[in-house]
Design a protein around this ligand. Structure first.
Ligand SMILES: *[C@@H]1O[C@H](CO)[C@@H](O)[C@H](O)[C@H]1NC(C)=O
Ligand SMILES: *[C@@H]1O[C@H](CO)[C@@H](O)[C@H](O)[C@H]1NC(C)=O
Ligand SMILES: *[C@@H]1O[C@H](CO)[C@@H](O)[C@H](O)[C@H]1NC(C)=O
Ligand SMILES: *[C@@H]1O[C@H](CO)[C@@H](O)[C@H](O)[C@H]1NC(C)=O
Ligand SMILES: *[C@@H]1O[C@H](CO)[C@@H](O)[C@H](O)[C@H]1NC(C)=O
Length: 371
């Protein structure tokens, strides 16, 4: 069963499932003051400053020029989709686990680190390391709680928390950018999935019960991928994206969908929500004009101009690299990451299913995820 197709019943399904998560896992909008706790594992798509804190690096302007009006370590001009989700849950933005100053973990922790993958990369924060960091955090919280110190997260808080995973993009794109055949890339997928499965299983065994899994986006539409891998126009799909690269993402997503079904039928007391980011992002690129976006395959911040405004040696944040004027409607911020304007629409798609659809969503989730 493929999960990565744009539009169609599965897309609708993914949106409906969000309602289950938001309104059953977390506070109903009418229930003021009840709170959701979110632990997130991932890469730059959801990194709120972890890489910069962890490695002591600095991501300079123009990153953060919107909303925060300062650099925050987000690979974006402003808010990420996860920030919009926190806003809608009425919780603080998630502090990065590795940020030692000014962090507030009372509503959760963000373990996501830009560049991370399930496999070791140049970035020493693989998915399994992020999960160990969570165990460390939980152990520490318990220890301090026993001494009457520190944190606000109780055992119940950990049990009822939502554990979200947005991983896989770097595994796939590293494989695609290395000099291996398409079939060699596809052959890597089962081991990527198995590491994601291990992560979810170990959190389940540790007491987690609510899992929110994001699939990977249309990597073949990223200006970086297009600038690297496009040989000629015959490799492009109707929208102008690299068809094979998107197929690799869809293969991964189909496997991830299968994995979510597996976990959900094996662990009857767990709830697994699967979000079809591919459909959401591909839909946004396809229908960009409807949302007022221009140049959907061109980076706002980059170098080289049309068609992709991306050059590996001249990336956003480096000297002489300029960004599109504030207020312009670009989907891609820096050739790899989405702009705040795009993230806001992506988040609203994730959250937009109508409240009255909730029961339908529950029965659908029962039917499809075996819950
Ligand atoms: C952390 O955030 C919570 C929720 O907004 C707030 O109640 C608490 O006072 C904050 N803690 C600190 C130390 O700022
Ligand atoms: C957490 O504590 C348990 C024992 O309570 C221990 O087995 C485990 O290794 C600890 N994990 C970390 C990462 O500290
Ligand atoms: C890529 O792989 C092919 C075949 O394995 C080899 O002939 C070629 O030299 C490699 N190219 C690079 C840049 O490594
Ligand atoms: C375009 O590139 C593909 C993949 O490298 C190649 O198989 C095909 O022959 C090329 N087509 C043209 C028209 O050059
Ligand atoms: C940036 O532009 C200035 C002025 O055009 C030039 O002197 C300098 O070498 C450029 N720096 C880089 C890193 O390209």
């Amino acid at each position: 069963m493929t999960a990565g197709v744009s539009g169609g019943p599965l897309f609708l399904f993914a949106l409906l499932l969000q309602v289950v998560l938001i309104h059953v896992f977390c506070s109903l909008p009418t229930v003021v003051h009840s709170k959701c706790i979110l632990f997130n594992f991932g890469d730059s798509n959801s990194d709120t400053g972890g890489l910069m804190a962890g490695l002591g690096l600095y991501l300079g302007p123009p990153a953060g020029r919107r909303f925060f009006h300062k650099t925050t370590g987000r690979f974006c001009d402003g808010q990420l989709y996860i920030d919009f989700i926190c806003e809608s849950l009425k919780i603080n933005f998630l502090s990065p686990y590795l940020e030692s100053s000014g962090s507030n973990f009372s509503h959760g922790v963000n373990f996501a680190v830009a560049g991370a993958a399930t496999e070791p990369t140049a970035i020493p924060f693989t998915l399994s390391t992020q999960v160990l960091q969570f165990f460390h955090f939980k152990n520490r919280t318990r220890e301090l709680r026993a001494q009457g110190l520190g944190l606000l997260i109780s055992e119940k808080g950990f049990r009822n928390a939502v554990y979200s995973f947005d991983m896989g993009q770097n595994d796939i794109s590293i494989a695609l950018s290395s000099n291996v055949s398409y079939s060699a890339v596809i052959e890597k997928i089962p081991s990527i999935l198995s590491r994601i499965k291990d992560a979810i299983k170990s959190i389940y065994k540790n007491g987690g019960r609510k899992f929110w899994v994001y699939n990977t986006g249309p990597l073949g539409c990223l200006p970086q991928m297009l600038a690297f891998l496009k040989k000629n126009d015959s490799v492009l799909d109707a929208v102008g994206c690299l068809a094979t690269v998107n197929n690799a993402a869809k293969e991964f997503n189909a496997g991830l969908w299968g994995l979510c079904n597996q976990i959900s039928s094996k662990y009857k007391d767990a709830t697994v929500v699967y979000t079809d980011m591919f459909a959401i992002k591909y839909g946004l690129i396809t229908n960009h004009a409807k949302y007022g976006f221009v140049n959907p395959l061109m980076a706002c911040c980059g170098y080289g101009g049309t068609p992709y405004n991306y050059r590996f040696s001249m990336q956003c944040g480096e000297p002489n690299v300029t960004a599109c004027p504030v207020g312009s409607r670009y989907i891609s911020w820096d050739g790899v990451h989405y702009t705040e304007a795009a993230n806001s629409i992506i988040a609203s798609k994730i959250l937009s299913a109508k409240l009255q659809m909730r029961m339908v969503a529950e029965s659908l989730s029962y039917a499809i995820l075996g819950r």
